[in-house]
Design a protein around this ligand. Structure first.
Ligand SMILES: [Zn+2]
Ligand SMILES: [Zn+2]
Length: 124
């Protein structure tokens, strides 16, 4: 599989019996359907790229799905809870591509939210 952004080769990274593809150049990450949710706890091990480089990759936002036939154009998405995270999603296979640093950012927020929810108290 080739990176949908920079077209370098992607390597298989297996974590928790799930295989993710990571670009050997820009370190972007490809997740098949729902894998990004299942692997949040492993974000540090998966997302090893430079976030500064990753944010530059946001400029490349018209990319084609690396899996679907027929050069399926991916949809440009914004994370609803963290609007600074821009990622691409395929409307057909629902795979997602995160630039370097974005997956860690996505996963971190969830943990922070969870701690905040422990401290919250019901309104009188
Ligand atoms: Zn790449
Ligand atoms: Zn697809």
């Amino acid at each position: 599989m080739l990176c949908p952004k920079c077209h370098a080769a992607m390597e298989h990274v297996v974590i928790d019996n799930t295989q993710v593809d990571r670009c050997t150049e820009c370190r972007g990450l490809w997740f098949d359907l729902e894998e990004h949710e299942e692997l949040k706890a492993h974000a540090d091990a998966l997302d090893t790229g430079d976030p500064a480089l990753g944010s530059l990759q946001n400029a490349i936002d018209r990319i084609r799905c690396p899996i679907c036939p027929g050069d399926q154009l991916m949809i440009r998405m914004v994370d609803p809870k963290q609007p600074h995270i821009w990622f691409e999603s395929c409307g057909v296979c629902h795979g997602r591509f995160y630039d370097a640093g974005e997956f860690k950012d996505f996963a971190d927020f969830t943990v922070a939210e969870w701690f905040r929810s422990l401290r919250s108290t019901p309104r009188p």
